[in-house]
Write a protein that binds this ligand. Structure first.
Ligand code: HEM
Length: 594
């Protein structure tokens, strides 16, 4: 993948839009009504800032020992209290104004701006927006599985967005807390948002709790992102991935020998394949990222899984300011995990850097390739520290590989096994192809590119069950998008799953499993070339795309060589989102040894 070059960060701010509504107001540019509103807002702000500015002056005057009116010492003490009182009052006024702006004024302004342009949407509900409704609808949906093995899953997986689309049409807005979120269903506009190189559509700022779990490339912006991306890209080039094939293969062998053991002398057994495939993809990342240190990598995984659960639980307290500083049991555990994971990785990185310098190790795992690329970048770009990733940066990127690369790929494989369980004819065709290319031998790298049917199946699975259901971006300055002018502080929802299921792009059989549509490649599969984007797009397209496809092809090919499978009667078709698109009740299948 070519290294994206970010050339212009003109006017780019790093602050998440809407997080500082007080200071972002003077940038509001839309129409006269908005100008009026903005003037009123400025008045409120002025009042608040006068209070803020006056208080320290009073305070300083008294502290100098003069007293404000040159009165006696006793009076001076009274004035000190007055001063402190006013200071406190000023601070309270500022905070109240900020809160009102954040929770009420800014959302109202943004709502007006969107409605004025004919974008319909849900009415704003104070502070929470549609969050509660969305949670309620999701919980309700979770109680009912899909009526059959239907792939028409939008109403279950994204009930709020589906409902909004029925009520308001394709282009509409819902509310993510106090932020309006505009749904962009036109793939051309989606591409425009994703391919903007100037950082004008940014990712939402992650919460402090999530930053304990993962940061790195996925969340960074601006020059830091561009530099890291250039350093990381070479580690994922196909010729480097080729070197990792033995690691991928070792994990396949381990997965299958586990299943063989489970079967014993039996020919068939029932197994929930989802946790099995999660272990498989964890192992793949541990081995490909850390080579011989993969046992330590496994420990990192256990800790990161625990951390993920704690982070999700911590979201319940998002309204309590500074909650993360309270030393509750869970908060302390999150910090402990953070320290332990970073400690393990720091040790590994230091040892590896020494080994690379003394040339006592090869660099064919992700960590080695990353460190090598970091060194090359450093040598090519000068010897200032700003031209390389620090050890802390490398730690964060390694944690990201686990986070971004494991769950997504295990879900691709899990949905592939489920859909092939539902479609035995496609399973048979895929197996026939695999046996024709590899026989019963271990799949090799070059053969993977000859697996046409397997690739078509994986694409169709990514279309119907994309692990990342939505992408989000936000505007931090006024942006013209198609016929719309979007003010700063608006979220954009790029609904991968909804676009992947839209009959306007995929035809009447949009909700049918039909890998045949990919027979002539991705560009010919739909009426709109860009209606398929399971890995995102533009400069921030998934860096691990080829890694994931190689891993999935190898995994699926090996399974098909040795087993046939069907859905167990215990399988309930109930896709739902918990961050990613998951099978709510697992994936119990019946495996038959071939
Ligand atoms: C089926 C598997 C996968 C899917 C569906 C997937 C999907 C995605 C998507 C949609 C994005 C874009 C996010 C955005 O624009 O907001 C992304 C970014 C990313 N993915 Fe993946 N991914 C997969 C596998 C992997 C693997 C195996 C790795 C690494 C080992 C990986 C590492 C990353 C990283 C580092 C980014 C951030 C790129 C950037 O912002 O520059 N992903 N992925």
């Amino acid at each position: 993948m070519a290294a994206p070059i970010v050339t212009d960060y003109e006017n780019s701010t790093r602050t998440a839009p809407g997080l500082s509504p007080v200071s972002s107001y003077h940038r509001f540019p839309l129409g006269s009504i908005q100008n009026e509103l903005a003037r009123e807002a400025k008045f409120l702000l002025l009042a608040a800032s006068v209070a803020e500015e006056q208080s320290p002056a009073i305070f300083t005057g008294v502290w100098d020992g003069e007293g404000l009116m040159g009165s006696s010492q006793g009076d001076g003490i009274v004035w000190v209290w007055w001063g402190l009182g006013l200071l406190l009052l000023g601070w309270v006024v500022v905070q109240v104004v900020r809160a009102v702006m954040f929770a009420w004024w800014t959302p109202r302004m943004l709502e007006r701006a969107l409605r004025q342009q004919g974008i319909p949407g849900n009415s704003y509900r104070l502070l929470f927006g549609d969050i509660r409704e969305s949670t309620r609808l999701r919980e309700e949906a979770k109680l009912k599985p899909m009526p059959s093995f239907s792939h028409d899953i939008a109403a279950r997986v994204a009930p709020l967005e589906h409902q909004a689309m029925e009520t308001h049409g394709k282009v509409h807005f819902t509310w993510l807390g106090p932020y309006p979120a505009v749904n962009i269903m036109d793939p051309v506009l989606v591409r425009e948002v994703l391919s903007n190189k100037f950082g004008h559509y940014q990712k939402q700022k992650s919460s402090p709790a999530s930053r304990l779990l993962v940061t790195g490339l996925l969340t960074s912006e601006g020059e830091k992102w561009a530099m890291h991306r250039r350093i990381i890209n070479p580690a994922f080039h196909v010729e480097k991935l080729k070197l990792m094939l033995p690691a991928f293969s070792a994990c396949c062998t381990e997965l299958l020998s586990g299943w063989e053991k489970l079967l014993g002398s039996e020919r068939s057994c029932e197994l929930d394949v989802w946790p099995e495939l999660q272990n498989f993809t964890r192992d793949v990342i541990s081995r490909t990222a850390f080579g011989s240190n993969y046992e330590e990598g496994r420990r990192i995984f256990q800790l990161q899984v625990e951390q993920l659960e704690l982070v999700i639980q911590s979201f319940q307290n998002w309204l309590i300011p500074g909650y993360r500083y309270i030393p509750t049991k869970k908060n302390r555990r999150m910090r402990e995990i953070y320290k332990e994971v970073n400690g393990i990785l720091r040790d590994m990185i230091t040892k590896r850097e020494k080994a690379i310098q003394s040339k006592t190790t090869g660099n064919d795992d992700l960590l080695g390739l990353l460190l090598e690329s970091n060194l090359t970048y450093f040598q090519e770009n000068g010897d200032s520290k700003t031209f390389r990733m620090t050890t802390e940066d490398v730690i964060e990127e390694c944690k990201l590989f686990y986070f971004a690369g494991q769950e997504t790929t295990s879900l691709l494989l899990t949905w592939a096994m489920i859909t092939l369980g539902m479609n035995p004819n496609w399973q048979d065709s895929a197996r026939a192809e695999v046996l024709q290319v590899f026989g019963k031998n271990k799949p090799h790298f070059d053969g993977l590119s000859h697996l046409k049917i397997v690739t078509m199946i994986l694409y169709e699975v990514l279309r119907l069950y994309p692990p990342a259901v939505f992408l989000r971006r936000s505007t931090h300055k006024t942006m013209k998008l198609g016929e719309y002018t979007l003010p700063p502080g608006v979220l954009l929802i790029l609904p991968i799953m909804l676009i992947h299921h839209d009959p306007d792009f995929w035809g009447e059989d949009a909700n049918v499993f039909n890998p045949e549509r990919f027979a002539e490649g991705i560009s010919k599969a739909s009426k709109n070339q860009v209606a398929f984007f399971p890995f995102g797009g533009g400069p921030r397209i998934c860096v691990g795309q080829s890694f994931a496809m190689i891993e999935a092809k190898l995994g699926l090919a090996t399974i098909l060589q040795h087993f046939s499978f069907e859905l167990s009667p215990a399988y309930t078709h109930a896709p739902c989102t918990v961050g990613t698109l998951q099978p709510q009740h697992g994936a119990p299948l019946i495996l038959h040894r071939l």
